[in-house]
Design a protein around this ligand. Structure first.
Ligand code: F6R
Length: 254
């Protein structure tokens, strides 16, 4: 696992966007999976800037949302479909038919999950996945539990996730309690993984994750230890509790 500590949120975002842009330039039909939430906003902004100013071409790229709230309609501004459209898709030349999100309106959840996995396989599998991390250590919406789902499934969000996500809603009661999310196996099958985290409120979980040497479903991010191509990009605030904090950009390999 490679660890990159950047000075601040902007540098973290630029670093993640540069990695994604390099992947797209190497393989224009990159199959990527992307998260929503607060952390990737700067990365998406930077990708949009690269599209406008540096001809970063998304015309052959394929994007899968990692997750979607159940049962939000695509035109609901809180849906992750809406989020991706607003923050990335409509500001680049990615083709709408190359963007995928689990169909959370279909009542046949098992079929939806199976189809989502099939769509990923049909596209040749994920080349790349960008991840955030929840305060409870979740990746996607794979929440700490006694066991984790391998593939795309319906997930119940933990109390801590509902509380964290309530900052985007006018009242905590409006926060969806379920989502369809890629499973840990879906994530681990991606060829390259980048995890980003920023800010002091992520320092505790980042520290726990970076110090973990066992794989446990109680810390879903620990499964990333099993993957051979993971880069963790954090800013100094998120690195504050990690013993190797650095004052400038620092890389560790372990
Ligand atoms: C969202 C997702 C989640 C978030 C995580 C961190 O699509 O997959 O795992 O990445 O909850 O969210 P933020 O970035 O809002 O702290």
């Amino acid at each position: 696992m490679d660890l990159i500590i950047e000075k601040n949120y902007e540098d973290m975002s630029r670093r993640a966007a540069t990695i994604i842009a390099d992947e797209i330039r190497k393989k224009p039909n990159l199959v990527m999976a992307l998260p929503t939430g607060g952390t990737p906003l700067g990365t998406f902004e930077e990708l949009v800037r690269m599209h406008r100013e540096k001809n970063l071409d998304f015309s052959s790229a394929i994007s899968f949302n990692i997750d979607e709230y159940v049962p939000l309609k695509p035109d609901n501004p809180q849906s992750y479909y809406y989020y991706m459209n607003e923050n990335l898709y409509k500001k680049t030349n990615i083709k709408p038919e190359n963007t995928f999100v689990p169909n959370v309106l279909d009542k046949d959840v098992e079929k939806v999950c199976r189809e989502y996995e099939n769509n990923i396989s049909r596209c040749g599998g994920l080349d790349f996945i960008l991840l955030g991390i929840g305060n409870d250590g979740h990746i996607g919406f794979n929440e700490p539990d006694d066991e984790l789902f391998a593939y795309t499934h319906l997930a119940n969000l933990s109390e801590s996730t509902i509380k964290a996500n309530s900052r985007f809603f006018s009242s905590p009661d409006e926060v969806p309690t379920q989502a369809i999310t890629m499973g840990v196996g879906t994530i681990l099958k991606a060829k390259k993984i980048v995890l980003i985290a920023s800010g002091e409120n992520k320092a505790a979980i980042v520290n726990k994750f970076l110090n973990s040497s066992v794989v446990t479903p109680q810390l879903p991010a620990s499964f990333l230890l099993l993957h051979r191509n993971v880069t963790v990009i954090i800013d100094e605030a998120a690195a504050a509790l990690h013993k190797k904090t650095a004052s400038k950009t620092t890389h560790y390999s372990f």
